[in-house]
Design a protein around this ligand. Structure first.
Ligand code: NAD
Length: 242
């Protein structure tokens, strides 16, 4: 793919699942990557030069420090991936506490805001950037008993489309990947009955692999996707079609 080799990326939420697959695909494609996630001290044995950085995306100051450190390590940031995400167990809205609701929005939406506000001045100065936010196919086809998660991901799609219009003329694209059900710990932690119901709706008859999702990020990061602005790219086994 054009415009990949030699680029640099900062990936939030790159420790496991889809994010780890994105980091792996980026690195094997010639992109230099810094990965920020909730790493514990024991997971970070290599010190200052390690490309893994511990960070809770709900902490705006911590996110700003990550961005500064990534720019120091990489020289600059071409690609920003906002993939850190969380949900609530499937349950009726009446049982969702306000703290649970807030936590979902703090991670999925505010975490993305913090990262973008920290990186955007740098990208505007360089007049280049690829911002890729992980939303969900549930933003486009909301499921029952997942109100906080669906609402946060739909907000992320609208947020991304709005920002995309603001910065497109500065050489910066903003897009979302909206994965369908994917084989990760987040999927496996979901309610079994809910998962069975969801898989039954998929024309392809199975959940996706992380590799099948990661390729969408590589495409959006490349020069092949230079005309993709404010889009939702949704590898989802046919759950949502348009
Ligand atoms: P996952 O649990 O393997 O990955 C989530 C990552 O986000 C983890 O590495 C976790 O440590 C990190 N994270 C969570 N809270 C964080 C915080 N406050 N600060 C920093 N990092 C934090 O699950 P996944 O399925 O790979 O999820 C990745 C993204 O994909 C999420 O945004 C999720 O909502 C989205 N998604 C997943 C599916 C699916 O079926 N697996 C479908 C659609 C969208």
């Amino acid at each position: 793919m054009r415009g990949i080799e030699g680029r640099t990326a900062l990936v939030f939420g790159g420790k496991s699942g889809i994010g780890a697959a994105v980091v792996n695909l980026f690195e094997t494609s010639g992109i230099r990557v810094c990965t920020a996630d909730m790493f514990s001290a024991g997971e970070l044995p290599l010190g200052e030069t390690d490309s893994r950085i511990a960070c809770d995306v709900t902490d705006a100051d911590a996110v700003r420090s990550v961005v500064e450190r990534a720019i120091e390590q990489l020289g600059h940031i071409d690609i920003l991936v906002n993939n850190a995400g969380t949900g609530t167990p499937a349950c009726d809205l009446i049982a969702v506490t306000y703290e649970e609701w807030r936590r979902v929005f703090d991670v999925n939406l505010d975490g993305t805001l913090h990262a973008i506000q920290a990186v955007l001045p740098h990208m505007l100065e360089r007049r280049f950037g690829r911002i890729i936010n992980t939303a969900s196919q549930l933003a486009h086809r909301p499921a029952p008993r997942q109100a906080a998660y669906c609402a946060s991901k739909a907000a992320l799609v609208a947020f991304s489309a709005s920002l995309a219009q603001e910065v497109a003329s500065n050489g910066i694209t903003v897009n979302c990947v909206c994965p369908g059900p994917t084989d990760t710990q987040m999927w496996h932690a979901s309610d079994p009955a809910w998962k069975e119901w969801k898989v039954a709706q998929l024309p392809i008859g199975r959940i996706g692999t992380v590799e099948e999702i990661a390729s969408a990020y590589l495409y959006l990061a490349s020069d092949e996707a230079a005309f993709m602005v404010g889009q939702s790219l949704s590898p989802n086994g046919g759950d949502v079609m348009w």
